[in-house]
Design a protein around this ligand. Sequence first.
Ligand code: CU
Length: 167
Amino acid sequence: MLSALFIMSCKSDKKEEKDTEPAATEETVETKTENTATTNENADAVTLEIEGDDQMKFNKSEFKVKAGQKVTLVLKHVGEMDKSVMGHNWVLLKPGTDIPAFAEKAIAAKDNDYIPADTDAIVVHTKLLGGGEETSITFDAPAAGTYDFICSFPGHYSMMNGKFIVE
Ligand code: CU
């Protein structure tokens, strides 16, 4: 009984140790990742949510993250309209991007869901959604700076845009 208790406390001590120094063997590192997925792993990760609707609006105009932070961006189309008439995506653009010029290019990329192939202005983007759909992307936040995000569906960027601030 005593020895069992001892082993148990020993184990939990080890666990705490692992939280602070993630060394150990492959096996224990794997275990740690699973066990602490909702605590440790997420301390440096963030989930952001944004909604687009049938009124051609995003419900958020600004996000703040830290450089290198693992970001999961969840995009929800909370409207009902089809993506052919009210499609929404979330496109993160590099600082200094000429947005009207980019939007022009996007219009020409209809067959690629309005994501132009011949550009280096995109940091990341989601797929295009219709009403009731949801998607997410996970990426490492880029270098510090102020980035613009838009929906690249034709005519949407002037209404559907915001700032993605990396500190
Ligand atoms: Cu849109």
